[in-house]
Design a protein around this ligand. Structure first.
Ligand SMILES: Cc1cc2nc3c(=O)[nH]c(=O)nc-3n(C[C@H](O)[C@H](O)[C@H](O)COP(=O)(O)O)c2cc1C
Length: 164
């Protein structure tokens, strides 16, 4: 992971996918929670197809957002991101994963579980969040907590460095 120069703020990427808009709505709430918590953060949002996988290790934190597909599977468009985490040296990277799903299916938010298990092994996984379909009012607090936990881990990792 690169050295931080004095005064440089933490760089966080949210990389997500969404077909019918539920995960995108969740991403927007999480994005707002980051901005409310710390306006000095450098926060970048990427639909997964626009994210440059070769930059993975250059971020301070990467947050993954995904829906689930057929029997709790990872959507096809998220597979190369999944593999990039497995194949690159990203052990110091702080990560989080959130997702929406439908509890009608036997493996609710299975893609979140699959990312969680992999990120736990290959990165410094800080937090996960599962939401039923479209986020509701009661999910706002859960999103705020998600962000708080991720930022706390980021700060713990960067003690002694500048956290703008
Ligand atoms: C064919 C199909 C399979 C699905 N399989 C699952 C599943 O295994 N587990 C789950 O939790 N949700 C499943 N879902 C529900 C979606 O993950 C859920 O609607 C999600 O919120 C969609 O996200 P999006 O609006 O961001 O595209 C499935 C939906 C469809 C249409």
């Amino acid at each position: 992971m690169r050295e931080r120069s004095v005064g440089e703020s933490m760089k966080i990427a949210i990389v997500y996918t969404s077909v019918t808009g539920n995960t995108e709505a969740l991403m927007r709430i999480i994005k707002q929670a980051f901005q409310e918590k710390d306006q000095a953060l450098s926060l970048f949002i990427y639909s997964v197809d626009t994210f440059d996988l070769s930059t993975l290790s250059r971020w301070d934190a990467v947050v993954v957002g995904t829906y689930s597909w057929g029997n709790g599977k990872i959507p096809r468009e998220m597979r190369s991101l999944f593999t990039a985490f497995e194949e690159q040296e990203v052990s110091p990277l702080v990560t989080g994963v959130f997702g929406t799903g439908d509890s009608f299916y036997p493996h609710f938010c299975g893609a979140v579980d699959r990312f969680r298990d992999m990120l736990y092994v290959h990165t410094d996984l800080a937090v996960t969040l599962k939401v039923e379909l479209l986020p509701q009012l009661q999910d706002l607090e859960r999103c705020a907590l998600f962000v708080e936990r991720l930022l706390t881990r980021l700060k713990q990792r960067n003690i002694g460095k500048v956290f703008a």
